[in-house]
Design a protein around this ligand. Structure first.
Ligand code: ATP
Length: 241
């Protein structure tokens, strides 16, 4: 089931309320505009008026919260596939939750989940995907001007709706059918941080590291300058490439 609205505060918040009220999984809400889109750790995700697509999908997977980054990864791959199906571009994934075109971020993904205290499994997860389809009039807001990008300069009627539909379709297909092994391989193949020197930012500060690989649990294997290695889990860190 998919519902479309013109504008809302945050599609994730709306879908979380519906989830709390018992809505069944694979419900999707698509908006043309968000008044207060969210990023990770209380940051905001800017809406571009009617130049972007903002959608949230409700799922009820039987998995522990520790595996929830897989949901974000599925959304990233689904977004890449959908963008490629409609535009002549090749996006790639910046571990763990961003989709880039060249050096610019064109999509942010935020997964929010609730755990059933009795089973320890997720009672639901809401994955929100925001895509900058076209550059806003007057350019991107100052705060993100350096890093944000859009997919296309050629505005075409119906393209944003088609993209929303394609993202939902690809997400559901990956969620339903794909083997996790094949999925991880595709996620790795679409990722651009491996082999690069990155800056790892966590609560304690910033450190340079070499990204060695992405493990099957989707953690990022890195080597710091002092030679020590670590497996980073999403949620704890941000990267600068
Ligand atoms: P980062 O992108 O800093 O590594 P992150 O992946 O955790 O961190 P999110 O929480 O997904 O980021 O998104 C919030 C951040 O994305 C903001 O801090 C801002 O820098 C950037 N941002 C916000 N809106 C947009 C947008 N429309 N397009 C591109 N980037 C944006």
């Amino acid at each position: 089931e998919t519902q479309v609205v013109f504008s809302t505060g945050s599609t994730n918040n709306d879908v979380k309320s519906l989830a709390e009220q018992g809505k069944e999984e694979l419900f999707a809400l698509v908006a043309s505009k968000q008044e207060s889109g969210k990023g990770r750790r209380g940051r905001s995700f800017f809406s571009l008026g009617d130049r972007g697509v903002y959608l949230s999908i409700l799922i009820r997977p039987s998995m522990p919260i520790a595996q929830a980054s897989a949901i974000t990864a599925v959304a990233a791959v689904a977004t890449c596939r959908a963008v490629e199906s409609l535009f002549d571009v090749k996006p790639s994934i910046k571990w763990v939750n961003d989709v880039y075109l060249g050096k610019r971020k064109i999509c942010g993904i935020l997964t929010e989940a609730a755990t059933d205290l009795e089973t320890g499994m997720l009672s639901y997860a809401v994955v929100g995907i925001g895509v900058n389809v076209y550059e806003p009039e007057g350019g991107f807001p100052e705060e993100i001007r350096e890093r944000a990008g859009a997919i296309s300069t050629e505005i075409k009627q119906g393209t944003r709706a088609a993209l929303a539909g394609a993202i939902i379709k690809e997400f559901v297909e990956l969620y339903d059918k794909d083997s996790f092994g094949a999925f991880c391989d595709e996620y790795r193949a679409r990722s651009f941080v491996v082999g690069k020197t990155i800056t790892v930012i966590d609560g304690k500060g910033e450190q340079e590291a070499l990204a060695l690989g992405i493990d099957d649990d989707l953690s990022l294997h890195v080597q710091f300058e002092d030679g020590s290695e670590a497996h980073l889990h999403s949620g704890e860190v941000s990267l600068r490439v």
